[in-house]
Design a protein around this ligand. Structure first.
Ligand SMILES: C[S@@+](CC[C@H](N)C(=O)[O-])C[C@H]1O[C@@H](n2cnc3c(N)ncnc32)[C@H](O)[C@@H]1O
Length: 197
């Protein structure tokens, strides 16, 4: 089920975006962190970030999900060369995975398309193992972001950094960092599901 406008969908599947996302955005978003084990990317689009993850972390098993079947098909085509990567249709507000399944959940530029973004965060927490990491980046509540999405017509709910922190706290995350970047237009976030004591 597509949730973005045709223009934005085409942009996310385009070669320039895929190249920019993998070479420039991903290293910035990862902020020096590395991963092994089971990694879930929510709203993974055409697999631009997942391809970069698979190249950087060959020991990780990566599951890419998106609610839009056309995106998942594009991701499958792009990611077929990586044996440890699978792509599936899934709505982040109702993930088809058992609790405590993943070591890390990643969310790149997708939360603002999920009107019920708090449920997306709650689901990300549920499928994480204790001690697991939730990280990513998103747009912030700037006039430009609101204007672009109003013109473009994609359903959206732009999140302010304070709202995101409160949402992460509400979902039980700890050690939360949310930092604005790129002149305040985006925010990078990182949080942990508490380890069992
Ligand atoms: C702006 S694109 C970003 C795609 C990818 N993360 C990237 O960086 O190239 C946002 C993606 O989120 C997906 N999406 C929106 N709502 C979703 C939901 N409820 N569950 C899963 N994916 C969703 C869209 O279909 C789209 O592929």
């Amino acid at each position: 089920m597509p949730v973005m406008s045709g223009i934005e969908s085409a942009f996310c599947r385009s070669t320039p975006w895929r190249s920019f996302a993998g070479r420039i955005v991903l290293p910035w978003a990862l902020d020096g962190h590395s991963f092994t084990g089971d990694v879930l990317e929510i709203g993974g689009g055409s697999g631009a970030m997942a391809a970069g993850l698979a190249q950087r972390f060959p020991a990780a098993n990566i599951t890419v999900t998106d609610v839009d079947e056309a995106m998942v098909n594009a991701a499958r085509a792009q990611l077929a060369r990586f044996a440890a990567v699978t792509a599936d249709v899934a709505d982040v507000t109702s993930l088809p995975f058992a609790a405590c399944r993943f070591d890390a959940v990643m969310s790149y530029l997708m939360l603002h398309h999920v009107i019920d973004w708090r449920e997306a965060i709650a689901e990300s927490s549920r499928v994480l193992k204790p001690g697991g990491e939730f990280l990513g980046y998103d747009l912030t509540d700037t006039r430009l972001a609101r204007w672009v999405h109003q013109v473009d017509g994609s359903p959206h709910r732009i999140i302010a950094p304070d709202e995101l922190i409160n949402g992460l706290l509400g979902a039980g995350f700890t050690r939360i960092t949310v930092r604005r970047a790129v002149h305040g237009h985006v925010m990078r976030f990182h949080a942990h599901k508490p380890a069992k004591t």
